[in-house]
Structures are given as structure tokens and as C-alpha cells.
Design a protein around this ligand. Structure first.
Ligand SMILES: Nc1ncnc2c1ncn2[C@@H]1O[C@H](COP(=O)(O)OP(=O)(O)OP(=O)(O)O)[C@@H](O)[C@H]1O
Length: 276
């Protein structure tokens, strides 16, 4: 494998749910992601963003095209990925610490080592929780925490096995704006410190520009990447930067691109069911 190869290569992918007459969610979708890059994916509602995440993490096979991550064709759920969703889906009968440690019971080589090295793993989980402001909450249950705190814990759970790839699907979508902005900064700090490759799906264009190195815009369904904006601002980014003209201009450009994509939808819709 050449060292210049992208970390994730998604080439000409199509995805149809439910057989030949089913819903064509993606078609001709191509994107490359470099190792350690922070990518945001934005686009009209229902354009196939979550579907793209499922294909990259191996939760669904693509109908056509190829998905290669870390030099390997993705044909099963990726153990090198950590995932975060809008709903933190914590197990209510487990404490926060036990929830964070859950991936270690599933993902090798941690699963094999967990019994012998439990104390070290537990220390790591505690340190992670402390880094997102949750020191002291380890023994609480998820239902004893606010939505924002659960989302912080869920970020720790996504990171506990040191994933090379962090896939985040609308992780802050259900939170109020202040909590959301707080967590942008938490996520940025985590990324700067650990440098996983991140693919973030979001509807929030400020969030996309604040966090990402590059923002990819998808067309309406069947989704494909139709535009890309490189975010030129240095790190760490601060909340007040989001009000600077260069920042808001970029947000507006993205908004216009998504508007254009939405307007193009009826023409594309003609081909949805029977397209190859
Ligand atoms: N499991 C499934 N079975 C059948 N159709 C599905 C399934 N999952 C998604 N779809 C369809 O595929 C299309 C793309 O859905 P997807 O959830 O990927 O879009 P999205 O861009 O993430 O949507 P949103 O922005 O609203 O979250 C939609 O028409 C959706 O109804």
C-alpha cells in the first residue's frame, strides 16, 4: 500500500434499500479522506448522509462501488471505528463508567486483554471522562445525567478503544445551542490531542465550519458529493471566530449550495426508482 493513499476511499458507490424497486439512497458517491482529517458532510434532509456513514463503517454493504478504509475493502463492521449518534443510546442498567467501557468488551485486542488489564483500562476511561468534564460522575447512571452530559459520555465511549476513525452522525442535534457549542469545543480539543480521522454528519452549518478541515456537500437523493469547501481557519478555533465575516460568508456559501441541491431535487427524483 502506498503511503500517499487516502485513509478512506469511497468510489462511485451506490446504495439501494429494499431490492431493485427499492429506495436509491446513494448513486455515484465518491469521496476521499486523508488520515487525521476532520471532514463534515452536509446536505438536504434525506439525501443519504446516514447511509454513507453505514457504508463506511461496514454496517451495510454498498450495492455498487467500493469502500476502502485503512487500505482494506470494508466488508464487515469496522473495528477501527468509533461511532456517535444523535441519541447517545446508553444502557440504563450500567453506570457511566461501565457504558464507556462497553466497546472494550467487544473490540479486539481489548476484549482479550480486558480481564487481565481491567485496572489500566478503567483508569483510561476515568481520564477520558475527566477530559470532557465528567470527573465524579463515573458511578452515576445515564438517566441521572443531562442530555449534554450523556453526549459527552457517549463521545468517551466512541474513543475508549482508540479508534483511528471517528464517525459522528448528528451527535449534537438534540442539544440546546449552548450545550452544543460547549461540545464543539470538547470535540475540537479531543481531535487536536488524539488526531483521529473524523467524519461528522450534521445539519448545522456553523458546526460544520467550526469543526471541519473540509466540508462536503451532498446532492438531494440519490446523494453524491457535489461540492467541497476547504475551511481555511487555524486551530484551535474559538466560538467568537464563528461571528467573523469570513466564517459567516463560508456558512452562507454552504447554505446556498444546499439550497441549489434541494431545488435540483425534482429533476433527479424522476430517475430514483429505476436508475441502475
Ligand atoms: N433501513 C432503511 N430501509 C429503507 N430505506 C431507508 C433505510 N434507511 C434509510 N432509508 C432511505 O434512504 C434515504 C436516505 O436516508 P438517510 O437516513 O441516509 O438520509 P439522511 O441524509 O441521513 O437523512 P436526514 O438528513 O433526514 O437525517 C431516505 O429516503 C430514507 O428513507
Amino acid at each position: 500500500m502506498s503511503s500517499t493513499r487516502p485513509f478512506a476511499e469511497i468510489r462511485d458507490v451506490a446504495m439501494r434499500y429494499g431490492g431493485v424497486e427499492g429506495t436509491l439512497a446513494l448513486r455515484g458517491t465518491t469521496m476521499m479522506v486523508e488520515k487525521g482529517e476532520f471532514i463534515a458532510v452536509v446536505g438536504p434532509s434525506g439525501c443519504g448522509k446516514s447511509t454513507l456513514m453505514r457504508l463506511v463503517t461496514g454496517l451495510w454493504p454498498a450495492t455498487e462501488g467500493s469502500v476502502i478504509v485503512a487500505g482494506r475493502e470494508v466488508d464487515r463492521p469496522l473495528s477501527i471505528a468509533g461511532m456517535g449518534f444523535q441519541n447517545p443510546t446508553m444502557l440504563p442498567w450500567r453506570t457511566i463508567l461501565q457504558n464507556v467501557m462497553l466497546p472494550l468488551e467487544v473490540v479486539e485486542p481489548h476484549r482479550r486483554r480486558l480481564r487481565a488489564e481491567r485496572a489500566a483500562y478503567e483508569a483510561k476511561a476515568r481520564a477520558l471522562l475527566a477530559s470532557v468534564g465528567l470527573a465524579g460522575f463515573e458511578k452515576r447512571y445515564p438517566w441521572q445525567l443531562s442530555g449534554g452530559m450523556q453526549q459527552r459520555a457517549s463521545l468517551c465511549r466512541a474513543l475508549i478503544h482508540d479508534p483511528q476513525l471517528l464517525m459522528l452522525d448528528e451527535p449534537f442535534g438534540a442539544l440546546d445551542i449552548f450545550t452544543r457549542e460547549d461540545l464543539w469545543s470538547v470535540l475540537q480539543d479531543v481531535w487536536i490531542e488524539r488526531r483521529p480521522t473524523v467524519i461528522l454528519v450534521t445539519h448545522d452549518l456553523r458546526e460544520a465550519v467550526y469543526l471541519a478541515d473540509r466540508v462536503l456537500v451532498m446532492s438531494s437523493r440519490p446523494g453524491r458529493i457535489i461540492a467541497e469547501q476547504v475551511v481555511p481557519f487555524g486551530r484551535p478555533r474559538r466560538l467568537e471566530d464563528t461571528y467573523a465575516p469570513a466564517f459567516t460568508d463560508l456558512v452562507h456559501t454552504l447554505r446556498n449550495q444546499i439550497d441549489e441541491a434541494r431545488k435540483a431535487a425534482p429533476a433527479d427524483a424522476e430517475n430514483l426508482t429505476h436508475a441502475a
